[in-house]
Design a protein. Structure first.
Length: 132
């Protein structure tokens, strides 16, 4: 399986997501995309009734290599989040979402990365407002 971004393309061989669809809303839990070059996990929601998006997760570069150590030594990082990665969130209106990245999370090994995650409950509509 492969997913593409523009003409460059990004290869991935696994995609899994648990989701709930309700009137005007799609909630994503335990989302995982992985391949040899990149991986990511996501959670959050798209609220079409309120025109809001609130998604957060971790982006893991060089996924196959970066995730090898946590598979051998699971206490150094959560599985599928890699030893090194970057936390991100996408929030705001559906037509103009804002991508935020926490660069400090890139230098934190997996077991410390939770300290650098964006705070708030992605299911809470106040979480989706970038001006707060």
């Amino acid at each position: 399986m492969s997913g593409g971004v523009g003409n460059a393309g990004v290869q991935f061989n696994r995609m899994r997501v648990a989701f709930t669809r309700s009137p005007g809303r799609l909630t994503v839990r335990e989302g995982l995309v992985s391949g040899p070059s990149v991986g990511a996990n996501i959670e959050g929601h798209l609220d079409y009734a309120r025109n809001e998006v609130s998604i957060r997760g971790n982006f893991v570069p060089v996924y196959a290599l970066n995730n090898m150590i946590p598979r051998i030594l699971p206490f150094v990082a959560p599985q599928n989040e890699g030893l090194f990665g970057v936390t991100f969130e996408v929030v705001g209106s559906l037509d103009q979402p804002t991508l935020r990245v926490n660069p400090m999370s890139a230098i934190a090994p997996g077991f410390l990365r939770k300290l650098f995650e964006f705070q708030g409950n992605p299911g809470d509509s106040s979480y989706a407002r970038p001006d707060r």
